[in-house]
Design a protein around this ligand. Structure first.
Ligand code: CP
Length: 306
């Protein structure tokens, strides 16, 4: 069964069967990644452009690795050395890249809706690698894969997304994806960082982090996005850490085992302490490892649809 769309723009409205197929396909690629020679010829002859208008470490490198592991030809667009610096528009940039006969575009951009816009102006498969505060679908897919790998299931679990929900594309993709997979999702953070009417997405809102720990199986801890002026939403980072930071003391006091995820990059000592970020409850680097397998799965499923 192929995927129901030739693009991956977000997880809103993506059917359960598609998510299941991506997670199951990633299992196969995880096996490939465990071999001494971590490469298959699946996308030989395909050309993929990584068009990152915003900075990235994990997503950009794991997409590039995934493309190389699948034997695709890859091109990395670097904003700082491109003609965008001479004033070239996004549309002209994409039309010119497409004229060089490419098959897929991985796009990260600060403007929500940019991946959808690209589907209107070019024929390549488009994958959203994060668009503004909208969605980051491959992050949510790798989060779900990592949960399933660690706990053996997704359906029926209770997941709380903690922190800067207001600016988070990871939060929105997780809410859509997890709810589709039968998870009870809640969010926790200062009221200034919880979008109004978020309950309409079917999530519960918890304002007390100790309560969130008690009531959930998993915390997905988000970074405070200082580059999007998140620091204006509470008096100080110290106060944020005191009331919402995930610390060893807080977890010990709760008296329960809880799984900790974080999409990275981490503000150590703000939303999560170093002891927890490096401790036994977390699977943060497993998430990064699984990101390559998930992106291989998405590239394979979209790249072989045409
Ligand atoms: N999680 C994530 O998107 O990290 P990067 O910004 O480093 O890609």
């Amino acid at each position: 069964m192929p995927l129901s769309s030739r693009h991956l723009l977000g997880l809103q409205g993506v059917p359960k069967e598609d998510i299941q197929l991506i997670l199951d396909t990633a299992n196969t690629f995880k096996e490939v990644l465990a071999r001494p020679i971590k490469k298959v010829p699946t996308l030989q002859g395909k050309t993929i452009v990584n068009l990152f208008y915003e900075s990235s470490t994990r997503t950009r490198i794991s997409f590039e690795l995934a493309e190389k592991r699948l034997s695709a030809d890859t091109v990395n667009f670097s904003l700082s050395t491109s003609s965008v610096k001479k004033g070239e528009s996004l549309k002209d940039t994409v039309k010119n890249i497409e004229a060089m006969k490419i098959d897929m575009i991985i796009i990260r951009h600060s403007a929500a809706g940019t991946p959808f816009y690209l589907t209107k102006i070019c024929d390549a498969n488009i994958i959203n690698a994060g668009d503004g505060t909208h969605e980051h679908p491959t992050q949510a897919l790798l989060d779900m894969y990592s949960i399933r790998e660690k706990l053996g299931k997704i359906e029926g679990l209770k997941v709380c997304i903690v922190g800067d929900i207001l600016h988070s594309r990871v939060a929105l993709s997780n809410i859509f994806g997890l709810e589709t997979m039968g998870v009870k999702v809640s969010v926790c953070g200062p009221s200034t960082m919880i979008p109004r009417q978020i309950e309409e997405l079917g999530v519960d809102v918890i304002y007390n982090i100790d309560e969130a720990i008690q009531e959930n199986d998993i915390l997905n801890v988000l970074r405070i996005q200082l580059e999007r002026n998140a620091g204006e939403n509470f008096p100080s980072l110290r106060e944020y850490a005191k009331y919402f930071g995930i610390t060893k003391e807080r977890l010990e006091k709760s008296g329960k085992e809880i799984l900790i995820l974080h999409p990275g990059p981490i503000n150590r000592g703000v939303e999560i302490s170093s002891e927890v970020a490096d401790g036994s409850n977390q699977i943060i680097l497993d998430q990064v490892t699984n990101g390559v397998a998930i992106r291989m799965a998405v590239l394979y499923l979209l790249g072989t649809l045409n």
